[in-house]
Every structure is written in structure tokens, then in C-alpha cells.
Design a protein around this ligand. Sequence first.
Ligand SMILES: Cc1cc2nc3c(=O)[nH]c(=O)nc-3n(C[C@H](O)[C@H](O)[C@H](O)COP(=O)(O)O)c2cc1C
Length: 199
Amino acid sequence: MSKILSIISSPRGGASNSIKLANAIIEKLKEKDPAATVQVKDLTKGPFPHLEEAHLNAFFTPADQHTDENKAAIKHSNEAIQEIMDADIIVIGAPMYNFSIPSTLKAWIDHICRAGITFKYTENGPQGLITGKKVYIAITTGGVYSEGPYKSADFVAPYLKTLFGFIGMTDVTIVRAEGFSVPDLQADALNKGIESISI
Ligand SMILES: Cc1cc2nc3c(=O)[nH]c(=O)nc-3n(C[C@H](O)[C@H](O)[C@H](O)COP(=O)(O)O)c2cc1C
């Protein structure tokens, strides 16, 4: 029985294509493992704060020396990391915003990348510390980035793959639904994305 953590970063609820694509991934995972549980974390409800001085002070102070202020500042980061540690599979919905990811998703990422906790530096370079996880990233875009003239602007997939790999989650599958703003493609964009899911 696997534990699935579903990360939502579109604020569009039932209309969101990245949520629909991510949910289609989860449905296919549940077909394979009907007993799988799903925990949903909606980053648009109670978003993570941008990193402020208080967060950085807490991140770079050893836990056994944490003041009450440090403990309060690091609480959300610790909880977010624990949620990932508790999961076997992480499914992330990532709409492209301005050639990048929504700032809510970036803020969450800034709270889960912690030197000494989720990665460390060794003699052989950086080493990710969150191992043994499977990650699916459901990327939805108005344009087309997997091929064609905008391929060189495909920043979301390489960024997220590199980022999760850096903290140890190297088994990343990208699923795309693209062309939601392209008249000839938009009607089939979601279905094509769902059909491309391979679990
Ligand atoms: C604020 C904003 C910025 C966007 N920026 C881009 C962009 O840079 N490139 C692109 O191809 N699509 C862009 N889009 C389109 C979305 O990526 C696309 O509609 C996606 O399906 C939205 O995901 P959602 O349905 O889960 O909200 C943008 C949409 C919004 C709302």
C-alpha cells in the first residue's frame, strides 16, 4: 500500500488542467495499487511565505540550539519535509507561469531544500538525502515546449527534474499537457496528456 502525496499549485480548482492531469496520474497509480492512500497539499490555500531572515536564521542554526523564534519560523518547513518523507510517491501539478512555475510552488520548494536535512555537501559534491521516492510532475502549458520553436524555453521540466534530483528524488517522470492556448491544440490538449501517462 503506497502513500501518495499530491501537491497542487494551480489556484483554479475544478477548472485546473494541472490538477486534472495530476489526478489522472493518481487514478492510474490507484488502478495498480487500489489500497494506495492520497494526501492532498494545496499550496494555494495557506501558501508558504517567501524566505525571510527569520527562516534563514532557523535553517542555519542547529536544531538543538533553536530559540522559540527559530522553532516558529521553521515549523512549516519541517512539516513539509516530513510530509515528503512519509510519502512513497509525490505527484506535483505544475502549470507554467511566465515560463516558470507558480510562486506558490517555488515558495514550497524553498522550504524543502535544506542543507544538512534534505541535501548535504560531501567530498564528492552534493548528495540528496530524500531517497527511495517516485515523483510524477504534471506540467500544463498554454504553448508547446516539448518540440518546436519554444523548445528552448522549456524551463519548467528541466528545472523541476534537476531540483528534485538534487535533494535525492532522482526517479522523476514528466507528464505534459500542452497547447491550452493554441486554437488547433486546446480541445485535445488534456486528453493527449492523459493518454501519455505511463505508470
Ligand atoms: C499567470 C499565468 C501565466 C502563464 N504563463 C504562461 C507561459 O509563460 N507560457 C505558457 O505556455 N502558458 C502560460 N500560461 C498558461 C498556463 O500554463 C496554462 O493555461 C495551464 O494549463 C494553467 O494550468 P491550470 O489549468 O492548472 O491553472 C499562463 C497562465 C497564467 C494564469
